[in-house]
Structure formats: C-alpha cells, structure tokens
Design a binder for this molecule. Sequence first.
Ligand code: C2O
Ligand code: CU
Length: 459
Amino acid sequence: MPATRRQFLGLGAAAGLSLVAGCSGDGRPAAAPSSPGGPRLTAVPMRMDLAGREIPTWGYGTVPGPEIRLRAGDVLRVRLDNGLPEGTTVHWHGLAPPNGMDGVPGVTQAPVAPGAGFTYEFETPVAGSFMYHAHVGMQLDRGLYGPLVVEPRTEELAYDHEYTLMLDDWRDGLEGHADHGSSPPGGDPDPVDAVSFGGRAYPLLLVNGRPPDDPPVLRARPGDRLRLRVMNVAADTGFRFAVAGHRLTVTHTDGMPVEPVTVDALRLGMGERYDVLVEAAHPGGVWQVGVQAEGRGGWGRAVLRYTGSETSSAPAVAERPAELDGRLVTYPDLVSREPLAVPTGTPDREYDLELSGTQIGGQSHPDADPLPVVEGEWVRVTMRNTSAKWHPMHLHGHHFQVRTPSGRGPVKDTVAVPSRGGVVSFDFLAGNPGDWLFHCHNHHHMEDGMVRVVRYGPA
Ligand code: C2O
Ligand code: CU
C-alpha cells in the first residue's frame, strides 16, 4: 500500500485523536484523552519510522497506540473503528470488565468486521498500569497495542515525572532480517531454552515503538524522582530491564501495589508490568536504560538524560548497564499491600494443570474442556511446567494472588512459570461471571492452542 502522509501520521487523527497521542516521541505520556465521547481507536494499516526506515504495519495511528488515562471509578468508553482488512477486537489486559467487554473473538464478542465499529464501555474501579491490545490471531504481533493507566483517586506515591515504557519485539516489515539488531557484549543470558520463542526472528526490540538507534529519552533534573511504568507487550520475548547507575524501587506489579522493594533489575514475561520509582540522584549525565531479551540475543534501550547534560552524548547503543546482572526482583520478594480477601482453610476448587508443550492440563484450544467455576468460589490454580519453555500465564477478568512463602504474594494477572519443572500456584475469587481466557501470553503458544476457558456455571 502506498504511504500517504495521512497513513504515516495515522488515521487516528481523522478519528479525533490528537497527534500528541501515546508515549511516542520522547516517551512522555500524553494528556488524558478526555473528550466527552471518550477516546477513539482506529485500527488501520499504517507506516511507522524505525530509525529512518519506514515500514508497513497495523496500528492505532501511532505505535504504541494513544495512552488511555482514566481515574479509578471512571467509565472507560472507547469507540473502536476497524479500518483493517480483517476482523479485530480490543482486549483490556489486566482490567476486569464485564465479560461482554473483554474483547475475545468467538468467546465474548464477534470480531468487529472491516469498516464496522464497536464501543467498549465499562467502569474501571481499580487503579493501575494496564495495556490494551488486539486479540485476534497474531494482530498483536504488529503495532495494535497501547498503554492504559488508571490513576488512583488519591495518589500515595510522590514523584516528579512519570514515563510509560512499552517493551516489544518487532519483525513487522523486517521479515528476512534475521539479525537481532545489536547485542550487547558481555551479556550472560540464561540458557536459550529458559525463555520460549516460536523460532521466528525478531530483528528489533523496541521501546515505545523506537529502535535502539533512535531511543526514547526520559528527562530528569538532579534530585527528581521518576515513576516508570514498564510493560512487556512482546509476542515472544521475556525482558530484563535496568537503568545504569540507578536502582529500581518496585511499587506495583501488574498494576497492583506491593511493599516497596529496591532491586537492580526487573524480569518481565510477556503481559507483565512493573511500576518502579527511580531516584535521579546523580548531578547529571546521560544513562542507559537497558532492555535485554532473556535467553537469546536482542537489545533495546531508552536513555535517561539529566537537565544540564544537553551537550553530553548518549551512551553507545550497545553499552550494557552492569545492573542487568545485579539483584533481580523475584515473586517471593513481592509482598502485596492489598491482598485478596481469600478465606482461610482449603479452596472451594483446585486445578492442577501441567504445562506441557503448548498444552494446558493435557489439552489444547479449541479442543479443550472448559474449566468450570461457580460464582463466589475461592479457586486455586497450580501450574507445573514440564516443558522446556517459559510460559507467562495470563487470566482474563480477574486478579489473582500468587502463593509465596510470605503468605502475602503479589496480586497479579500474568505470572511466568519457569521451564523444566517450575511450579507456580495462585488463588482467585470467582466474582466476575462469564467465560474468561486463561492462556500463555507467548502469542505463538497461544496460537498453537495454549488456551483454556474458565467458565462460570451453576453450582
Ligand atoms: Cu494480553 Cu488474552 O491477553
Ligand atoms: Cu507459553
């Protein structure tokens, strides 16, 4: 398709989105799209610029799409218009909407046909860092995603600036480029099978839609405190994340608050998010924000530039923060500040599910039995990963509490289960009737059927 300027800028403009949309550009979050009708998302074939190379993709006008920002208790009302040549839906990853608003084709709604539209509308009572993305086939592997931030009514954290960083693996428009971009020297990646991947090459890792040669810039004055909302929206890549010369105080995972814990690095499975505070305690400088693919080559970055360091040059593309090898946050480190109201005793229902190949409990979607639950139940799911791949498992429509030795594990919606014998167990309260996907957030695994449906039914 020929690139017209309108396509390049994104048809979102025509649909009423301002072009300051999203966390593109220097990574600054957009103003709240607070028009009375609510924001609009127009899914379109478009072109994007990757450090001077213009490539075709599908997106919501920009990559990432426009940031949607609400306050807890607001009604999210988003009109989706489908300018794609095939059906599409939007899923609100991490939110717990009524089932009909969950955006799963064939489960909660029919795909929105080309040329048609659909208005998603539901209340968002819970604050946090979330994402939205297409949920048809491999559409999410293109640019059909964006950040969704629900602010609390009263912000407890004190910080001077915030940035949302969406980490992605990218191959759209670059097929045939098998190189993994720049790999940093001196990396000590996990064995290659520690992270699952579908054997496809992802030549680039992007931060907010930008390749390492054209990184987003975070700005800070000496003494500032930054809040970073780090989100892994990749199809096939786990990431390790660190900021050279700075530590990260984790305050939330998957949007839900935890007791603050200070570490050097994060590891994010696909679909996971971490909020961290960073003290900009240096007098100046330009610091690498490093994003390394877990278990294979691949490198992305942003840079943190202090006021007064305008003339300093950015770190070399491949400069690797030593912090990537420092203390990594793990699930047992995370203690929920708002645990679920899980009763004591034994759960009403327990599922023990082996993750083998791309099966869950020995079955593959669509030839899989639903997992029945009854409204009001306390449900425990234990996953045992006997495969050689790492599986970040995501439950729609609910928050669950990961079981850790503290007894107050983090409340999340996506949890990575280590390969070769890894076990993760979580509890949730069945309080949101409907049919809800439970799946691996590796899109290739999902496409291969690594999906089950949690189905509410009669007692
Ligand atoms: Cu991020 Cu089924 O979703
Ligand atoms: Cu998987």
